[in-house]
Design a protein around this ligand. Structure first.
Ligand code: NAP
Length: 259
């Protein structure tokens, strides 16, 4: 059984997930850095967390695959005994942005499996283990689940509809698990990042640079992975004990209407 509180952060090798792993590591968490294929990046994250004074270990699993999800949770429970925090961060944009009239079924299936079906069934496995752990008194503090959603849950981008649909469904997934797990004392939150500077947005840098400069967001800058890391840490500290199912917008103010 690991002494420190243990966080499983999916897709933590790069981008936002790395920012979350670093922030949690700095606050004394043991962070399991899950990744799909880029082991070098995951190793760098693990090293960066350790350098910042935290503890971390990498664990490969493709969360879109049932066998991988099961192996991930089983390995983690065997090695460390419990999951204190699951951060559902792993996600993908369509490999190619195609207009809604051209979207392919293959892209739709891939994006939905990664962004919605995978996190849904991973959360189911993790939540079952959390309930069993609570019944066996292995927790000092209540476990928690944090979902990294997107402004795309409510913003129309007809050139990547499968992504928007996955994130809209993900929002309902937050509510459903929050509702079902409240009676166990397991809070479920969603963080909705705005435009964040990562590999995912690298292909549209010029477009977003212009939009931000043109006043798209009241806070006129790109978001950074550390902005999301700070938000996750704040929730993980457990300072919102009478809230669950809550959406926290970390988007420079993108979400509100302006006149
Ligand atoms: P990113 O830079 O493309 O990194 C994605 C990470 O997810 C990588 O570590 C990747 O692993 C991992 N991953 C992808 N598919 C996976 C799978 N099937 N199983 C396990 N890991 C997988 O993306 P990001 O910008 O950091 O995005 C992170 C999350 O934030 C996503 O859910 C995204 O939708 C959301 N988000 C991003 C933005 C933004 O502007 N960037 C805005 C709103 C929401 P490998 O390194 O092994 O490939």
């Amino acid at each position: 059984m690991v002494e420190k509180r243990l966080a499983l952060v999916t897709g933590a090798g790069r981008g936002i997930g790395r920012g979350i792993a670093l922030a949690l590591g700095q606050r004394g968490w043991f962070t399991v850095v899950n990744y799909r294929s880029n082991q070098a990046a995951a190793d760098e994250t693990v090293e960066a967390v350790r350098h910042a004074g935290g503890a971390a270990a990498g664990l490969q699993a493709d969360i879109s695959q049932d066998a991988d999800r099961r192996a991930l949770v089983e390995t983690l429970l065997d090695r460390y005994g419990r999951i204190d925090l699951l951060v559902n961060n792993a996600g993908m944009a369509p490999r190619q942005r195609l207009d809604i009239l051209q979207t392919t079924e293959a892209s739709y299936d891939e994006v939905m499996a990664t962004n919605l079906k995978g996190p849904f069934f991973l959360t189911q496995l993790a939540a079952r283990s959390m309930i069993a752990g609570l019944e066996a008194n292995v927790y000092r503090e209540k476990p928690m689940i944090i979902n990294i959603g997107s402004i795309s849950a409510y913003t129309s981008s007809p050139n990547r509809p499968e992504y928007c649909i996955s994130k809209a469904g993900f929002g309902m997934m937050t509510l459903l698990f929050a509702d079902a797990l409240a009676k166990y004392g397991i809070a479920v939150y969603e963080i909705r990042p705005g435009i964040i500077e990562t590999d995912m947005t690298a292909a549209v840098t010029t477009k977003y640079d212009a939009l931000i400069a043109g006043g798209l967001t009241p806070i006129q800058r790109w978001g950074q992975p550390e902005d999301i890391g700070k938000a996750v840490s704040a929730l993980a500290d457990g300072l919102f004990p009478f809230s669950t199912g809550e959406v926290f917008n970390v988007d420079g103010g993108f979400h509100f209407r302006r006149l």
